[in-house]
Write a protein that binds this ligand. Structure first.
Ligand SMILES: Cc1cc2nc3c(=O)[nH]c(=O)nc-3n(C[C@H](O)[C@H](O)[C@H](O)COP(=O)(O)O)c2cc1C
Length: 177
């Protein structure tokens, strides 16, 4: 499979990036992988104009790095969303990429499988509940298969995730996809 990973922290080399690295190590044993990071791509939020529903080739009025990401999404069989928790939600940067898929161009995608990688500072049991609910509702709506989810609690500063078992779990999830 071609795996596209959307790495969603604007903080370079932080906990999200480390979780993605571990997952890539596992999944690249059997699949082709590409990582798209929000710290290298500027994607504006959807403005809801719906012009893409009528434009030639469903082009968006916003000319930004989403143009390249649409092309990568067209090639992908599986999409992995990795994000830090920001106020119980995904990072705004990841949400912007997802919202820009409110575009009929998504009908040309062949994505069949998804996975979720999440990190957050608190140790609350409910830390990831709202994101996981949103994720499940979306994959049900689009009839996608869930390959799994790895979470890391209690990781605030860069590198904290190295002290958890989540990197191993992310590697294992990647390896067995
Ligand atoms: C804007 C913002 C909002 C945050 N909101 C939460 C939150 O609601 N709950 C939480 O546990 N951590 C929260 N955090 C902490 C991050 O999730 C945590 O530091 C994480 O490790 C950052 O990942 P990164 O190293 O990949 O950037 C927030 C951080 C920022 C910058």
């Amino acid at each position: 499979m071609n795996i596209l990973i959307l790495s969603g922290s604007p903080r370079k080399h932080g906990n999200t990036d480390l979780m993605v690295e571990a997952f890539v190590k596992g999944i690249s044993e059997h699949h082709n992988v590409e990582v798209v990071s929000v710290h290298d791509n500027k994607v504006a939020p959807c403005i809801g104009c719906n012009a893409c529903f009528k434009s030639e080739n469903n082009t968006c009025v916003q000319k930004d790095d989403m143009i390249g990401i649409y092309e990568k999404m067209k090639q992908a069989d599986m999409l992995v969303i990795a994000s830090p928790v920001y106020f119980y939600g995904l990072s705004a940067q990841v949400k912007a990429v997802i919202d820009r898929c409110h575009n009929p161009i998504r009908d040309t995608f062949n994505i069949k499988k998804t996975a979720l990688l999440l990190v957050g500072a608190s140790t609350l049991p409910e830390l990831f509940d709202s994101i996981i609910t949103q994720y499940k509702l979306c994959i049900n709506f689009f009839h996608l298969d869930d390959a799994g989810c790895v979470v890391a609690r209690g990781v605030k500063d860069k590198g904290n995730i190295k002290n958890t078992k989540s990197l191993k779990e992310a590697y294992e999830l990647g390896r067995f996809v």
